[in-house]
Design a protein around this ligand. Sequence first.
Ligand code: ADP
Ligand code: MG
Length: 327
Amino acid sequence: MSESLDFQELRERAATTERIAYGIDSVIACDNLVKIYKVAELEVVALQGLDLLVDQGEFIAIVGASGSGKSTLLNILGGLDVPSAGAAAVAGYDLLNMSSEDRTRYRRQVIGFVWQQTARNLLPYLSAQENVELPMILEGTPRGIRHARATELLELVGLGDRTDHRPEQLSGGEQQRVAIAVSLANAPSVIFADEPTGELDTATSSEIFEVLRTVNQDQGVTVVVVTHDPLVSEHVNRTVAIRDGRTSTETLRRTEIDEAGETQTYAEEFVVLDRVGRLQLPEHYVDSLELKRRVRLTLDDDHANVWPDTDERYRPARERETEEVGE
Ligand code: ADP
Ligand code: MG
């Protein structure tokens, strides 16, 4: 995290950001989102101007090192924590200005949440079926409808034959499948999953990502999964990387049928450009070119170049001539 960060400037910048129209077509719109935790006299900037747009129906992964701000972001989007500055909207709900009634409605109807700790997702003394029905009971859904929906959702996540099992009678992966069904109970627009495979082995993790993909396609629900599991990018179309509380790169994956009729998958990494044209260079570029403080930037017809400022060879010729003439 940058040592020279000016908190006052950061707050002002976030506050003066133009909010209108940004992300109006997106189900999730984070604009210059800032979260500062105060612990005693110390300020920890967990999110420092994060921008993110997600379309309805997308299945995206957010990846990043431990401490990069993933859970902070998800807690804000889940309505569990309030940002310090910036703007965040999900399905038309303004997460910075929500009455407590709206917040309750938002958390019960608009979104679903899946946690890493299997124990946090499910009530231990209820069966899978009862766990899935619980959110619907809180909403006053009639018995017949909620029973049918819970059965349907458990079948969707591959647990049609485990409906009467209590969590302790299920494996970790099965418990997470139930948790996904619970998150879908009230037909939310978006489900958020924070490290849902953190306690699972690789093979089971893959299965859980596939279940998330299935519910995304079958229910049309937008899915945002946070993970440090690099394998996730094989399951989603878009992987957003967070670094130091900001989105830094995005990997887009697409499948095409080639001339021989074979399915080919292509993945390409992009650097995120923010609303005012800022981008972050990958760490290994900065290291291998020994970039510090400033760089030379030149524009060609169809691309731009970044040079170390110490390297005389890359100074524009015009500049060198002017200096020679002046001597
Ligand atoms: P991740 O989920 O990517 O591991 P977090 O969002 O949990 O990261 O944390 C981001 C940063 O914010 C870390 O430096 C962490 O120590 C700090 N942080 C998170 N939650 C709190 C909190 N409740 N109080 C103080 N600092 C926090
Ligand atoms: Mg976390």
